[in-house]
Design a protein around this ligand. Structure first.
Ligand code: GDP
Length: 362
């Protein structure tokens, strides 16, 4: 699945957040592959459209799209030099599709801050610097390696050398690779290096219950994030952990008391989904209503391939109904009668919320 790595300094609330995320997921008992590794949680993406579809189709079960969250504890200053098992953690981050950085924006005299005081900007700098140092090392090694081939005049190697050196220079100046201007081709050429700071990143500002407004720590995080074109999701990990443990009834009551319609985690999960450039399409039948994840811009055969690779290979056509039309006309038959069900071919670009049936050869 799509994987987000949770990073941050010690004592900022990573484990608390991870517990909240994984507890919130347990209630959907429909996930056969729920526990992969102890530090990976399969978290359903909350989407109210599933319920609306289910009311029409009356399926046996509903399956949500999921995002995997991985708790990557222990990224500390010096990690890139191999301190504190640093290399293992960097290797973990390499596996992820996006980085979720938790930043401490709450005061609590009982909880030690590793740097002595709450200072989100310095925390962000420490973490980002470790990631940048790791990328610097990858780039330096890559330059050394490619230089040997480039010497013989090999065109591809020469292009790679030029690119690696260009990116290395930016990274040496403290820039995240994500913020270096690159063409699509250049991005592709960098793929083998598995750089860390090229990944999309968002900040989770972990605040106290009363810390969502007039919180200078939060304001500071928002300002840096803006400069980096990154998203900030303010959340109180401690509250989310408590909410996640409640049963449905108590949860609704608790949220109502706090004047919220849904747990803050839902915002976080959706933001992660958005960050990864993902969207959802649905299959809706009597057996199940199911949300599937595809990249924005995916074609109909690629969408079919998410269900099964054979569906992509043997793709013939898709019957597609926009979500709103499906709801308005109360299902496939109604949508078809109203002329709202389309037959789409291989070139069709899937839209968020499409309800799809695939026809394929086996
Ligand atoms: P980690 O080292 O980043 O995984 O941090 P933990 O999740 O273990 O949290 C460190 C401590 O901070 C724990 O005692 C948490 O209960 C506490 N904590 C986490 N989030 C909050 C919060 O939003 N407000 C307050 N006051 N304490 C929190």
């Amino acid at each position: 699945g799509i994987k987000c790595g949770i990073v941050g300094l010690p004592n900022v609330g990573k484990s608390t957040l991870f517990n909240a995320l994984t507890n919130a997921g347990i209630e959907s008992a429909n996930y056969p592959f729920c526990t992969i590794e102890p530090n990976v949680g399969v978290v359903p993406v909350p989407d109210p459209r599933e319920q609306a579809l289910a009311e029409i189709v009356k399926p046996e079960r509903i399956l949500s799209a999921t995002v995997d969250f991985m708790d990557i504890a222990g990224l500390v200053e010096g990690a890139s030099k191999g301190e504190g098992l640093g290399n293992k953690f960097l290797a973990n981050i390499r596996e992820t599709d996006a980085i979720v950085q938790v930043v401490r924006c709450f005061e609590n005299d009982d909880i030690v801050h590793v740097a002595g005081k709450v200072d989100p900007l310095s925390d962000i700098e420490i973490i980002n610097m470790e990631l940048i140092l790791a990328d610097m090392e990858s780039l330096e090694k890559a330059v050394q390696k490619v230089i040997r081939v480039a010497k013989s005049g090999d065109k591809e190697a020469l292009a790679k050398q030029a690119l690696y050196e260009k990116v290395l220079k930016e990274v040496e100046g403290g820039k995240l690779v994500r913020l270096v201007e690159l063409t699509d081709d250049e991005r592709k050429m960098l793929q083998d290096l598995h750089l860390l700071t090229i990944k999309p990143m968002m900040y989770i500002a972990n605040v106290n219950e009363d810390g969502f407004e007039n919180n200078p720590y939060l304001d500071a995080v928002q300002k840096v994030a803006e400069e980096q074109g990154a998203v900030v999701v303010p959340i109180s990990a401690e509250i989310e952990e408590q909410v996640a443990e409640l049963d449905e009834e108590d949860k609704a009551e608790f949220l109502a008391e706090m004047g919220q319609e849904e747990p803050g985690l839902n915002r976080l999960i959706r933001a992660a989904y958005e960050l990864l450039g993902l969207q959802t399409y649905f299959t809706a039948g009597v057996k199940e209503v199911r949300a599937w994840t595809v990249k924005k811009g995916a074609t109909a055969p690629q969408a079919a391939g998410v269900i099964h690779t054979d569906f992509e290979k043997g793709f013939i056509r898709a019957e597609v109904t926009a979500y709103d039309d499906f709801i308005e006309h109360q299902g496939d038959a109604g949508a078809k009668a109203a002329g709202k069900q389309r037959l789409e071919g291989k070139e069709y670009i899937v839209k968020d919320g499409d309800v799809m049936h695939f026809r394929f050869n086996v």
